[in-house]
Ligand binder design. Structure first.
Ligand code: AMP
Length: 195
């Protein structure tokens, strides 16, 4: 199996690049943000519980997202692999993911970190907010909250994956196709190495 984590701050292009990667490598896409928004749209208890966190730009509690991801993996067995987009976002989530995948006799092969500076991210998110309908993309203070959460809770994950030798940095500024091809180069290297 080929299991990839796409990593980076809000607005770095994780969703856009995930779509391209999953088509190219025939992977199942796990976006916890999308799953949470679908729960909210369906009016489920989980969706209602998550809504306040999302609207304020805060992370949803670990147990909620970990359970969701476990269900998704269990229901999508038989795929060539997974691309994890927006998950894990805390060290606790990353540790749980390692355990979960071990239970399915597989592992994460590579973590692709998209690097984009904060002012560019704010511009992109405010622009996306005009069409995405996402409450959390609409105002700058919520967006800055999301960055604070990212810096405090998610950034430390890069060290977690560096310690495992799985982390690769990719410049997330430029043409979508150029960034995609830089990502593919990294993925193909781990595939060839048969990690
Ligand atoms: P995203 O679509 O990935 O930008 O996620 C939107 C929002 O959903 C985040 O700001 C969080 O409130 C919540 N969320 C998504 N993924 C996670 C996660 N792995 N852990 C905690 N909260 C999450």
């Amino acid at each position: 199996m080929l299991n990839i984590v796409i990593f980076g701050p809000p607005g770095a292009g994780k969703g856009t690049q995930s779509e391209k990667i999953l088509r190219h490598y025939n992977l199942a896409h796990i976006s916890t943000g999308d799953l949470l928004r679908a729960e909210r749209a369906a009016g489920s208890e989980l969706g209602k519980a998550a809504e306040a966190y999302i609207n304020q730009g805060q992370l949803v509690p670990d147990e909620v997202v970990i359970g969701m991801v476990h269900n998704f993996i269990a229901h999508n067995q038989g795929k060539a692999g997974f691309i994890f987009d927006g998950f894990p976002r805390t060290v606790k989530q990353a540790e749980s993911l390692d355990e979960m995948l071990l239970g399915f006799q597989t592992t994460i092969q590579v973590v692709l970190g998209l690097e984009v500076e904060e002012d560019e991210l704010v511009k992109r998110l405010l622009l996306r907010g005009k069409t995405s309908g996402r409450v959390d993309d609409q105002d700058e203070s919520t967006i800055r909250n999301r960055f604070r959460e990212y810096q405090a809770k998610t950034m430390p994950l890069s060290d977690f994956y560096k310690a495992q030798g799985k982390y690769r940095d990719i410049m997330g500024i430029g043409e979508v196709e150029d960034i995609f091809s830089a990502l593919c180069t990294e993925i193909d290297q781990v595939k060839v190495a048969g990690v």
